[in-house]
Ligand binder design. Structure first.
Ligand SMILES: [Zn+2]
Length: 681
């Protein structure tokens, strides 16, 4: 028994975004961002119950519409029929670990090659056709699977191809993704392909919170009874959706309204025309939802708030949201019947005054010549920070970090493009862009006799395996006689993401504030690099008397950057404690995520001081040996500076069984620069 959609408290933006897509699937789906425990999933799951039911061809696994069956349906061809059974719209959940075969469906290559039969097992895309496809934790989904999903969503078709055997079927669905940004961001290229995005948070108002709890109790105690008390609202909502769908084709987007759409998109400086299209479609859907036949300024405003925030983000550390002032300005500047450029009230959602004036007769003149207002973007906007610099730190738990306890945190220097540090050997972890790994995609490096079904055929090896048997199998003509045991599965090699655990020395021995700023800048650069390579990251720091796990392994590079920025420095150097803390973190992670290989990055000058005098360095090297014994790949970033150098970092690197790099060697172009200067000398 799902929770009734009408009974969800708050979450207005999210519910509206879902409803607009239910009215007009062309809007392109919804991405919902918010912390855990905000009933995101409950709300999505509740949606299916209020969607209009669908008629399907009996026995078709691809949910063909009997009024207009898919001519390419693998279960077809079907005859056009007027009356066919109706079933509720479906909500299909796509689990984060789903394989490509599970998502798009699988072709039985063996049967295709040995019997000439095209046997296709439909995947989740087929199941979701004409319904909702829901991906919780979409940010954790394999990149390649996200690409498949978004391609299918954009084309309305799923396509599977294996070794020249292909299947195509219709797959039109409302795509909904939810995610917790604390666990890592979605790649910006993918963000842009969701039609709308909304941010959700638990309600602040105590009365509203109480209502959430009250309803949850009631529904848990008696799900059926609770659903019954909401059934009238649910029915009314379902009817309103059906009415809006019917109205949709009649809704007019006047030239004046279209100009407002484009003016708003220009004001927010979005790339390409996708934003304009989505905003226009969402505005039309909102007009239909509101029972209007013409798009008004209010529709454009609502659409822009949902369609634009994620299209103007420039890097993972930018704040979400849309600046209301810029939105108001763009709307009023492009308002057709406005003489005075400004002087209008704040917002007030001006219900009249705009649209109805003349029932659609658009003033021929390009009124407020939109060309001029493309510029005022940044200047008024609160945050315009163009380069990929310091993340704002306030998000991270410690509110009173500004007047630091013993020494104010040194600001990180400008980040640079970091060289790729990698784990040696070949792993089998989740896809990423760091270390070599066996994978589902990538280049062919060999073949094996398959244990299960063949997904990627190694053609040459298959032919070689079949060749010796041709005479015995009675081959006469030109064709090769293949048997199941000849088939060879290609072994592919790609790249995996890793867990990059930073162990950062924040003690006084690391030198001046400027030096610490450079160290932070370097780690920040490595964090940006980790974001692009789809790594998990963690941060251990040590100073004074102890080490601290400043951030347990997470997907949120943003959180790591915030912790790093506010990291205070000074005091003694408990290097051993830092390494032991790292050892413990890695031990837990190895249990939690055994496939993900760790890369330890120790940022230090290699010195160790402790409360018990000279034993500190010995202890540190013992801790390093402990880590080396687990086979953990390690890189020591040597931060020693000044005229007299002890070279302790290199000794530590050797104890860890890893590589040692100087701070200056971390930049991707550092090697080339060294070679160049060596040549010049
Ligand atoms: Zn069909």
């Amino acid at each position: 028994m799902t929770y009734p959609f009408s009974a969800v408290v708050g979450m207005d933006d999210m519910r509206l975004a879902l409803l607009l897509n239910a009215v007009s699937p062309a809007v392109g789906g919804v991405l919902v961002r918010g912390e855990k425990g905000t009933a995101k999933s409950t709300t999505v799951r509740a949606l299916a119950a209020v969607l209009p039911p669908v008629a399907v061809v009996p026995g078709c696994r691809f949910a063909c519409d009997p009024a207009a069956p898919d001519p390419a349906c693998p279960d077809g061809p079907h005859e056009v029929t007027a009356d066919a059974p109706v079933r509720p719209a479906r909500l299909v959940e796509l689990p984060v670990g789903a394989s490509e075969d599970r998502v798009v469906g699988s072709l039985d290559l063996e049967r295709a090659l040995t019997e000439g039969v095209k046997a296709f097992e439909p995947g989740l895309l087929a199941a979701a056709h004409r319904g909702v496809l829901y991906v919780d934790e979409v940010n954790l989904l394999h990149d390649h699977v996200v690409d498949l999903l978004l391609d299918a969503a954009a084309m309305g078709t799923a396509y599977v191809e294996r070794e020249g055997v292909s299947v195509r079927h219709a797959a039109r669905f409302l795509l909904v993704g939810t995610m917790n940004p604390e666990e890592g961001e979605l790649r910006p290229q993918l963000l842009d392909r969701f039609g709308l995005t909304v941010e959700v948070a638990a309600p602040r108002d105590p009365a509203e919170r109480a209502e959430v709890v009250r309803r949850r109790f009631a529904s848990d105690a008696d799900p059926a009874g609770f659903a019954a008390t909401w059934s009238a609202e649910e029915t009314a909502l379902a009817e309103r959706i059906a009415e809006a769908r019917a109205r949709l084709p009649r809704v007019v987007l006047s030239d004046a309204a279209l100009r407002q759409v484009t003016a708003v998109c220009a004001a927010f400086d979005v790339d390409g025309l996708r934003a304009d299209l989505v905003t226009a479609r969402a505005a039309i859907a909102h007009a239909a939802w509101s029972g209007r036949d013409e798009v008004t300024e209010d529709d454009v405003r609502v659409a822009a708030r949902l369609a634009l925030p994620h299209r103007r983000r420039r890097n993972p550390f930018d704040a979400p949201g849309l600046d209301e002032e810029t939105l108001d300005e763009a709307l009023s500047d492009s308002r057709p019947d406005d003489d005075g450029p400004d002087g209008d009230g704040p917002d007030g959602d001006g219900p009249d005054g705009d649209g109805p004036g003349g029932g659609g007769a658009p003033p021929p003149g390009p009124s407020a010549d939109d060309g001029g207002n493309g510029s005022p973007t940044g200047e008024g906007g609160t945050e315009a920070s163009p380069p990929a610099t310091a993340p704002r730190g306030e998000g991270g738990g410690r509110a009173d970090a500004s007047p630091a306890p013993d020494r104010a945190a040194a600001a990180p220097s400008e980040p640079f493009r970091a060289r790729r540090l990698k784990v040696p050997g070949i792993g089998a972890g989740a896809a990423g862009r760091r270390s070599r790994a066996r994978s589902e995609r990538g280049r062919v490096v060999g073949s094996t006799k398959p244990g299960g079904s063949v997904t990627t055929l190694h053609l040459v090896d298959t032919v070689l395996a079949a060749a010796p048997h041709q005479r015995a199998r009675g081959r006469t003509g030109p064709g090769l006689r293949l048997a199941r045991e000849d088939l060879r599965q290609a072994t592919l090699e790609g790249r995996e993401g890793n867990l990059v655990l930073f162990v950062v020395d924040a003690s006084g021995s690391m030198g001046s504030r400027a030096r610490m700023g450079a160290v932070k800048g370097a780690v920040l650069s490595l964090l940006l690099d980790a974001y692009q390579r789809r790594d998990k990251v963690g941060l251990v720091t040590f100073r004074g008397t102890a080490a601290e796990v400043a951030l347990p392994p997470t997907w949120s590079v943003e959180a790591a950057a915030a912790r790093l920025t506010e990291l205070p420095t000074g005091g003694r150097t408990p290097l051993a404690a830092g390494l032991v803390a790292a050892h413990d973190v890695l031990r837990v992670e190895r249990i939690r995520d055994p496939q993900r290989r760790p890369l330890l990055v120790v940022v230090t000058d290699g010195r160790a001081t402790g409360t018990r005098g000279g034993a500190a360095l010995t202890e540190a090297h013992a801790a390093a040996a402990l880590l080396a014994a687990t086979g953990t790949a390690a890189v020591v970033v040597d931060c020693e500076s000044g005229p007299v150098r002890l070279g302790l970092a290199r000794t530590l690197g050797t104890a860890l069984g890893g590589q040692t790099l100087r701070l200056e060697e971390l930049a991707a172009d550092a090697l080339a620069a060294t070679v160049r200067s060596a040549r010049a000398a």
